[in-house]
Design a protein around this ligand. Structure first.
Ligand code: ATP
Length: 236
């Protein structure tokens, strides 16, 4: 069971961004995509969730091609995209935002148990339960966005820079939540992260994207330990 992207190309108008990108995200596994600003990481997430069309290649979910499907259909089949910038309903409470995640799971049995477990491990969410999401801190909002996604029974989660703009401490908390979501939901997680070292510690395997192409891939700990890759592509 996996999410597979094979030989994908995509871009904006006439500007190509991704070229011949192939990745695989197995169920219950965190796979990270890292690379410099502008490498095409968000573009890859958009192409997978259907916000952008592929100009070549294909995408499969558990062996079924999905690249002809509209974004809503992809989401219904359990491919859930949490884009950069969270996008909560700021006027609604934390509880209501998470309830919307549960509704999105309709037909796939909303999972209250997973949410309860996340709330037990991250008590801040319970403390904020009846507050408007728009009033929470950036880190708290990100945690709500991730919990909402977890509540929707994802088969595959596309997480675009969940720690963007957060302090190191909050980033660690958010990444800990990502790890727990992968364990508890069994979803495969494609994790796009600027915090390369933290992402590679959490992920099982990783891909390095450079100017729209995959230039390195392998077990995350091997990439993390490779001086060559750290210097050449990761600015470390
Ligand atoms: P970042 O970490 O800065 O978000 P990224 O690796 O996610 O970088 P993308 O956002 O995928 O990179 O951008 C890849 C390229 O596509 C960049 O050259 C960017 O300027 C361009 N691009 C991104 N979004 C659009 C858009 N909506 N229209 C036109 N060009 C875009």
């Amino acid at each position: 069971m996996s999410l597979r992207v094979v030989g994908a190309a995509a871009g904006y108008g006439r500007m190509p961004v991704l070229e011949d990108v192939s990745i695989e995200v197995p169920s219950r596994t965190i796979v990270s995509v890292v690379g410099a600003n502008g490498a095409g990481k968000s573009t890859l997430a958009k192409a997978i969730s259907g916000l952008l069309r592929l100009s070549a290649g294909s995408i499969e979910v558990d062996g079924t091609p999905i690249d002809g499907l509209r974004p809503e259909r992809r989401a219904k089949s359990g491919l859930v995209h949490v884009p950069e910038g969270r996008r909560l309903f700021g006027q609604l409470t934390v509880a209501e935002n998470i309830a919307m995640g549960r509704q999105a799971a309709r037909g796939r049995n909303a999972d209250t148990e997973v949410v309860d477990q996340l709330l037990d491990s991250f008590p801040i969410l319970r403390e904020r339960w009846n507050q408007r999401a728009g009033l929470l801190s950036g880190g708290e909002q990100q945690m709500v966005a991730l919990t909402r996604a977890a509540a929707s029974r994802p088969r595959y989660l596309l997480l675009d820079e969940p720690s963007l703009g957060l302090s190191p401490r909050l980033s660690s908390e958010v990444l800990r939540l990502v790890g727990m979501i992968a364990d508890e939901t069994g979803a495969g997680v494609l994790l796009i992260e600027q915090r390369v070292d933290a992402a590679l510690r959490l992920a099982s395997s990783a891909y390095v994207l450079d100017r729209g192409r995959i230039v390195a891939e392998g077990p995350a700990d091997e990439l993390r330990e490779s001086d060559e890759i750290r210097k050449a592509y990761l600015g470390m």
